[in-house]
Write a protein that binds this ligand. Structure first.
Ligand code: DAH
Length: 339
């Protein structure tokens, strides 16, 4: 029996030394020290031994069980250690590898310039106003002193839904909506999309953007208008930029003016862009027509106001030296990535 026990010890230790996985270890534990294992099997025959032999064999059996259990533990720890080292090696992150390129969106040039203009006017105490793109003929024309058969309607070829409803052809109707709703002092900037029937080419688009400004208070004069325009032109195109206002005609302003700034390409010397004039027109302006004030319930004997409307696209094209308006609408990412 002693020899048989020693044989089990040998077999067990040899097998354990060769075990490569946790499962193999578990199989060996069951095979040698489990309830139906080889060691237990031998011990069940202890009853046949003499009383003298029994304690000696019992002690030996316990010692062997202990040895096998210790070896199981040692082997298990070694295997776990090896597995951990392996995993650490496998899961190492090589921080020197190049990163994944992520494409990040950017602000559209129209919004870059619009935000600058908004910031400049907000810093002068203006707030931002909005009006609907689907507008009544009343706000787009009638209330702006442009009656049904007025020739000024011809210059803005308008998309009509019905005789009363249209796609606004200018942001000026926002002036009326604001003056109907608020009492002076009024200082608003109303940027937005406008619509005119037009073929698309390098300088035209049926959808474009205007920025409308309106100030109504006591004692407002043309000088305030000029000051506001100068500030914004210098901010957008540099401190050398000059602003010019010349007489023009708009039914909703009196007097009316055309706004120009010194050419952003040649600085005023004259070039192809400004057709050798040195000036580039950026919009219209004027003193709010007393008739318009009155219609909105503002007393023209107490209050006066100035208004202006500028084309945003023209400013953006000039600012970045872009020569085709279509680039602003095509959403070509190669183009947009340049800003
Ligand atoms: N709404 C005019 C246009 O689209 C531009 C304009 C001119 C706006 C004079 C104004 C203004 O506010 O006072 O042609």
């Amino acid at each position: 029996m002693k020899e048989q026990l020693e044989a089990v010890r040998q077999a067990a230790l040899a097998a354990l030394a060769n075990a490569e996985t946790g499962e193999q270890l578990e199989e060996l534990r069951i095979r040698f020290t489990g309830k139906k294992g080889e060691l237990t099997g031998l011990l069940s025959r202890m009853g046949k031994l003499s009383p003298q032999e029994r304690p000696i064999i019992g002690q030996l059996a316990n010692e062997i069980r202990g040895a096998i259990e210790t070896e199981l533990k040692t082997r298990k720890a070694a295997l776990e250690q090896r597995e951990l080292a392996h995993r650490l090696r496998r899961e190492t992150v090589d921080v020197t590898l190049p990163g994944k390129h992520r494409q990040i969106g950017r602000q559209h040039p129209l919004n870059i310039v619009l935000d600058e203009i908004k910031d400049a006017f907000i810093s002068m105490g203006f707030s931002i106003a909005q009006g609907p793109e689907v507008e009544y003929d009343y706000y787009n024309f009638e209330a702006l002193n442009i009656p049904k058969d007025h020739p000024a309607r011809d210059t803005q070829d308008t998309f009509y839904f019905s005789p009363e409803m249209l796609l606004r052809s200018q942001t000026s109707p926002v002036q009326i909506r604001v003056m109907e709703q608020t009492r002076p002092p009024i200082r608003i900037l109303a940027p937005g999309r406008v619509f005119r029937i037009d073929e698309v080419d390098a300088t035209h688009s049926p959808i474009f953007h205007q920025i409308e400004g309106l100030v109504v208070d006591r004692g407002i004069t043309m000088a305030h208008l000029k000051g506001a325009l100068e500030l914004i032109s210098k901010k957008l195109f540099g401190p050398e930029t000059q602003t010019r206002i010349r007489p023009d005609y708009f039914p909703f302003t009196e007097p009316s003016a055309e706004i120009s700034i010194t050419c952003y390409k040649c600085g005023g010397k004259g070039c192809r862009l400004c057709k050798n004039e040195g000036w580039i027109e950026i919009g219209g302006a004027g003193m709010v027509n007393p008739k318009v004030l009155e219609l909105c319930g503002i007393d023209p004997d107490i209050y006066s106001g100035f208004a202006f409307g500028m084309g945003l696209e023209r400013l953006v094209l000039g600012r970045y030296g872009i020569d085709d308006i279509r680039l602003l609408y095509e959403n070509n990412t190669k183009f947009l990535e340049m800003f």
